[in-house]
Design a binder for this molecule. Structure first.
Ligand code: ADP
Length: 588
């Protein structure tokens, strides 16, 4: 159980990622499946939708058209003085033209180009069917002779009106009551579309007929076009500009298109009801077929889902990474405390023992006394260095580290530092070779103390991680506007994947070889900070088992004084840094 917990703790990033990725991928897969299914059925749905739109257009047009036509044709039955077959009535007395005229002018219908009323009358057989035409523009009856001199069109209109009214006329003769007095349409002659309405009296007997010839252009312009335009935005909110509606007539000729288009006239269509039943209303989208439209819908939705999933995964990875880092950091801090306690205890113990020996006078001989004295000095120097590092780290973390920049000679700083470090080196049997720059080095603006501290940290590491090797090379040089201090050892080296990490605070390579060497994990992070505050950089080259070379690069032209670098806000070490600072202040 504890093993599992440990495993989870160490692999939180991967475990968390898998835990999120599996359901997310399953979700994506399901989404993909349902979207593909949708893609297959969508064209049909879409076509049905387009058809429904056409149906609505037709309904709207026809309802208003029929209503208005009916209102116009609904002449009061008293205008027809029928009493068929009363022999006293003649065609001219059978209809009250004045009354009809009044009704027509009160109830105008601009879809009609010609109106008429009809009645059947007569004394004996044969009876006379009389159709009288009314001009809705001049609002008057047109009485003309029916003879061979009448123009063809007039004759055609007359016979079309007779044909359309025939059934109702027959009912007048027989005195039949029709099932419904609603208007009917005769479109046998597309040039003369007619709406007729039987006029019924209070006994529901047909007493006369009213009718009208329709005007195609008015139907298109005043009824169809406005209905298409009015309904489109509601039905196609995002793309109504792309909706192409066409009307083909009985000869399949285009009589109307709401906008210019190329290619096919329609994807789906719908027939008119009531009037213009031989016309065909079609619709399609401008740029794509329904299949293409579905494909686009599928792709956009899928892309959106994938994007959301990516963002989600990204966010979770980020959160897990932060969590894993926080865990690692807290582990590092714990290690740090134990390492530092050890680092403090060892030299303190040596100092105490050697001090006691000296105090008790157990050390005989001047050489021995000097030797013990040197031990005490080295150990206390070591302590000082450790404490300096901790103090520096604390200051860096709380953003209080300041630098005293001044013109200085790097070579001098390095030589003097080496001198103070000599005893330590000697004790460990190390030889240090210093290669000075042949041309000499330019003076640079630095904080000498901070640079010395960084250099000592590198030297200290070179000693600690040299393994069996006992040689250290320090090389001073100049390249590309930088003065360089290189510290080379021939020790255990650093694996390539660790080279960046060693500069992180608390980071220590988890290698068996370094397990024995105690350290705080702060040295290199301080070096990095100090050098970056000088607008310089620190680099490392290393080969496992062959040694490492750390190089400090200090710019020769850092005339603009660098400001102390604040720690990044993302790493929450303030509490830790603060504690260190308090204890360091107390220790002074
Ligand atoms: P430490 O107090 O552990 O030495 P540093 O920050 O100075 O802390 O170094 C971080 C880690 O980098 C060390 O623990 C060590 O693993 C590695 N390291 C530093 N310098 C060297 C070197 N010269 N050779 C090999 N490894 C090194």
């Amino acid at each position: 159980m504890s093993k599992l917990r440990e495993f989870l703790r160490q692999n939180i990033l991967w475990v968390g990622l898998i835990a999120v990725a599996i359901p997310l991928l399953a979700h994506l897969w399901l989404q993909y499946k349902s979207l593909s299914q949708l893609e297959a059925t969508l064209p049909y749905q879409r076509k049905a939708y387009l058809r429904r739109y056409l149906f609505e257009v037709v309904k709207k047009v026809i309802t208003t058209y029929e209503e208005q036509a009916e209102m116009t044709l609904n002449i009061p039955h008293t205008a027809f003085n029928h009493n068929y077959p009363n022999p006293d009535y003649t065609p001219s007395t059978a209809i009250d033209f004045k009354m009809v005229q009044e009704h027509f002018s009160k109830n105008q219908f601009n879809g009609a180009r010609l109106q008429f009323v009809g009645i059947i009358s007569g004394r004996d057989e044969p009876s006379y069917v009389t159709i009288s035409f009314y001009d809705p523009i001049s609002c008057s009856f047109i009485f003309h002779k029916e003879d061979a001199e009448s123009p063809d069109s007039e004759m055609q209109e007359r016979s079309a009106a007779h044909a359309a009214a025939a059934n109702w006329m027959a009912m007048i003769m027989t005195g039949t009551s029709p099932k419904s007095a609603r208007p009917t349409v005769d479109e046998r002659d597309p040039q003369n579309r007619i709406i007729v309405k039987p006029i019924v009296n209070e006994k529901s007997h047909v007493v006369g007929v009213a009718g009208m010839f329709l005007n195609d252009q008015v139907f298109l312009k005043n009824y169809l076009t406005p209905a298409i335009a009015e309904l489109a935005p509601g039905w196609f909110p995002d793309e109504y500009g792309d909706v192409i509606v066409t009307v083909l007539n009985h000869e399949d000729k285009l009589v109307f298109a709401n906008q210019k288009y190329e290619g096919k006239a329609f994807e789906v269509g719908w027939q008119f009801q009531f009037v213009f039943t031989d016309w065909f209303l079609g619709i399609r989208m401008r740029n794509m077929t329904e299949e293409e439209w579905s494909r686009r819908y599928f792709l956009t939705n899928l892309a959106f889902s994938v994007m959301t999933a990516m963002v989600l995964i990204g966010g979770i990875v980020l959160a897990l990474r932060t969590a894993s880092r926080a865990m690692k950091l807290s582990q590092m801090k714990a290690d740090f405390v134990s390492n530092v306690s050890h680092e403090l205890r060892t030299p303190l113990a040596s100092i105490r023992v050697f001090g006691e020996f000296l105090k008790l006078g157990r050390v005989k001989g001047e050489i021995k006394v000097r030797e013990y004295g040197e031990y005490i000095e080295t150990e206390s120097r070591r302590l000082t260095q450790l404490i300096n590092n901790i103090l520096d780290f604390s200051k860096i973390e709380s953003g209080q580290k300041t630098y005293q920049f001044e013109q200085a000679d790097v070579e001098q700083v390095v030589t003097e530092t080496l001198k103070t470090f000599e005893i330590v080196l000697e004790q460990h049997g190390f030889t240090v070779k210093l290669d000075k720059a042949q041309q000499g080095l330019p003076t640079v603006v630095i904080d000498s103390e901070a640079i010395a501290q960084a250099f000592i940290n590198l030297l200290d590491n070179a000693v600690k991680y040299s393994g069996d090797a006992t040689e250290i090379k320090v090389t001073l040089g100049q390249q590309n506007g930088f003065v360089t201090i290189a510290v080379r050892d021939f020790g255990i080296g650093i694996a390539s994947e660790e080279r960046e990490k060693v500069f992180e605070k608390f980071y220590r390579v988890g290698n068996v070889l370094v397990h024995d060497v105690k350290g705080s994990g702060l040295g290199l992070s301080i070096v990095k900070h100090v050098i970056e505050a000088h607008q310089g950089k620190v680099t490392v080259e290393s080969e496992l088992g062959k040694g490492s070379t750390f190089v400090i690069h200090l710019p020769t032209d850092n005339s603009s004084m660098p400001k102390p670098v604040k720690p990044s806000a993302s790493e929450d070490n303030s509490a830790f840094g603060h504690n260190l600072q308090v204890s360091s202040e107390a220790g002074r």
